[in-house]
Design a protein around this ligand. Structure first.
Ligand SMILES: Cc1cc2nc3c(=O)[nH]c(=O)nc-3n(C[C@H](O)[C@H](O)[C@H](O)COP(=O)(O)OP(=O)(O)OC[C@H]3O[C@@H](n4cnc5c(N)ncnc54)[C@H](O)[C@@H]3O)c2cc1C
Length: 535
């Protein structure tokens, strides 16, 4: 076999060119490092993991500003994305829509809206979040990385990874030829159970109190809008069009997601506990999907004319936690270090927080004696945030059959997501630096207790008490008017809620008003013009 001639030792090798690997590679280049980005496949390619959130878009915007990546900034909002990249597909995400179902039961609708939850994430389309059509989004990022001088090599099957005092060596095959890459440091962005997990035999750890789950998913065309089906006609005007959202259909033991893209493709799938997955025989693929639809009339009607546009994928195990996250010459991105569940779209923000932290280490500690200790701190935080996510989502799985409690727990998530977002936008990230506020001295431990209670079987009285206790834990962090009974599970984005909560954010009303204007909140401000908070 011919050996590719080694010409260079890179500062950094990034393995895996999903959006996170390309982003990491771009930042490292902007910090003056030489970078090789190594991909086993080639772009464009279809991958799952599509729905962004306010926090993930804010983190993307912050990274684009801090590391001078102007081509990425427009991707943090629907409106600016449409203007800058009209040919790169995405979906409009105005909020999180939840509908509760009893499998096999006739469709019904509660006038008091006890069977639904709508949480808006943005007041209008221009500044809304998006679903990333990853085939096109990831391809765009890899091309942007190349423009910055990242050496991108695809079609590589890496096989061996060795460390020495000088750095790391990665050997593999490309088009039948041996290839070798040398670097001082490696970032693994190859996803769960990825390259270093196998090459270094890192091992797995359990996610405590999280059920074993499976998933089955696909891309479709011809999916109707839920709002247009006869099962879902609503008399009142919802806070946003219910389909322009991450739509969640919840039932005991599992849930279905539906995400619409602007190119007519809809991403949909189901995640379920092993028990329900066995009952639905998810491993059989498409027939299992059809069996599930038959048990949910609204979804059956919505998917009646749908066509599959790629084969179904069955994931026999969804969650993952690596036993090790960093060494002295390598680190796993959070998306390679673990995964819990697609519920609530926690994958992107966790990954982008990890990219933010690794970028800061590369910026401040490269080739200093602080580098290794900082990597270990990164590893501990990554694992802690993964565990906090698993506690939350484990408790949501436990209550999928008890929707009022599920709703209250979800509000805990929305409080823990909207408070840090507002704090960061105000230039006060120190108020809430951990994901889901898990390191907050009061909120973190209080949540663990609430999640423990939620996992136990509850009488109706215990459920009511738990809901009341959740609402009082939320209170000091509630900047979005959550849990107000008169809203009957529909939460619009209302500037007054933030103004009323100024004190909770240690801010004045004037600061909140200025922040809202910067974010393009008012109709007079264009989202494209909005600026992030001062760092
Ligand atoms: C079913 C499902 C649904 C999800 N939905 C959401 C969601 O809606 N919102 C959300 O925030 N998160 C979601 N996630 C999580 C989300 O997918 C991840 O957070 C995200 O994909 C991480 O991106 P990434 O770039 O790090 O890795 P990936 O997207 O996993 O990309 C990894 C890249 O590495 C390459 N690669 C793999 N192995 C090797 C190797 N050995 N050598 C070289 N290259 C390699 C792959 O080809 C790929 O290009 C979901 C996850 C699943 C499983």
């Amino acid at each position: 076999m011919r050996r590719r001639k080694l010409t260079q030792t890179y500062d950094i090798a990034v393995i895996g060119s999903g959006f996170a690997g390309s982003l990491m590679a771009m930042i490292a280049r902007r910090l003056g490092r030489s970078v090789v980005l190594i991909e086993k496949g080639s772009h464009p390619r279809v991958v799952i993991g599509e729905s962004s959130t306010p926090l993930s878009n804010l983190l993307l915007e912050e990274l684009a500003t801090r590391y001078d990546l102007p081509s990425l900034r427009p991707l943090s909002k629907w409106g600016s994305w449409q203007q800058a990249y009209p040919n790169v597909t995405c979906g409009l995400k105005r909020g999180f829509t939840f509908h509760h179902h009893v499998l096999g039961a006739a469709a019904s609708s509660d006038p008091e809206r006890q069977d639904q939850l709508l949480v808006a994430a943005s007041p209008r389309d221009a500044i809304a979040d998006t679903h990333w059509y990853r085939a096109e989004f990831d391809y765009l990022l890899v091309r942007e990385a190349q423009k910055l001088g990242v050496d991108y090599v695809d079609g590589v099957a890496p096989q061996r990874f060795t460390e020495s005092p000088e750095g790391v060596t990665l050997e593999g095959l490309r088009n039948g030829h041996e290839v070798t890459f040398r670097a001082r440091f490696t970032v693994d962005a190859t996803g769960p159970r990825g390259f270093l997990h196998h090459a270094l035999q890192l091992g797995e750890r359990e996610l405590p109190d999280f059920p074993a789950t499976q998933a089955l998913y696909c891309h479709f065309s011809g999916v109707r809008r839920l709002a247009e089906t006869q099962h879902s006609r609503i008399a009142e005007e919802p806070p946003y069009p219910i389909d322009d959202a991450a739509v969640h259909h919840i039932f005991d033991g599992g849930w279905v997601w539906v995400l619409r893209f602007s190119n007519g493709i809809t991403s949909a799938g189901v995640a379920a506990t092993d028990k329900l997955a066995a009952r639905l025989r998810l491993s059989e693929g498409e027939p299992a999907w059809q069996r599930l639809l038959e048990q949910i009339p609204a979804l059956q009607e919505q998917f009646r004319s749908a066509q599959v546009v790629q084969p179904f994928t069955h994931m026999p195990r969804v969650s993952f936690r690596s036993a090790q996250i960093a060494g002295s010459r390598w680190a796993l991105l959070p998306s390679a270090a673990g995964f819990v569940d697609p519920l609530l779209s926690t994958g992107f923000p966790l990954t982008l927080l990890g990219v933010t932290r690794l970028a800061a280490i590369l910026e401040q500690d490269w080739q200093t004696e602080r580098f290794s200790p900082q990597l270990q701190i990164y590893a501990e935080r990554t694992d802690r945030e993964l565990l906090a996510t698993a506690y939350l989502i484990g408790s949501l799985y436990a209550t999928m059959g008890n929707f009022p409690v599920f709703t209250a727990l979800s509000l805990l998530y929305f409080a823990a997501a909207s408070y840090p977002e507002a704090a960061r936008r105000l230039g006060k990230p120190e108020l809430a630096s951990s994901f889901l506020l898990c390191d907050h001295p009061q909120f973190g431990p209080a949540c663990v207790q609430l999640f423990d209670r939620a996992r136990r079987c509850m009488t109706p009285a215990e459920s009511d008490k738990l809901i009341r206790d959740i609402h009082s834990v939320i209170k000091p962090f509630n900047v979005a008017g959550l849990a107000r009974p008169e809203r009957r599970n529909w939460y619009p984005v209302d500037a007054q809620d933030l103004l009323d909560a100024a004190g909770k954010l240690q801010a004045t009303e004037a600061e909140i008003t200025a922040m809202l204007e910067r974010c393009g909140f008012g109709a007079q401000h264009s989202a494209v013009m909005s600026e992030p908070a001062p760092q």
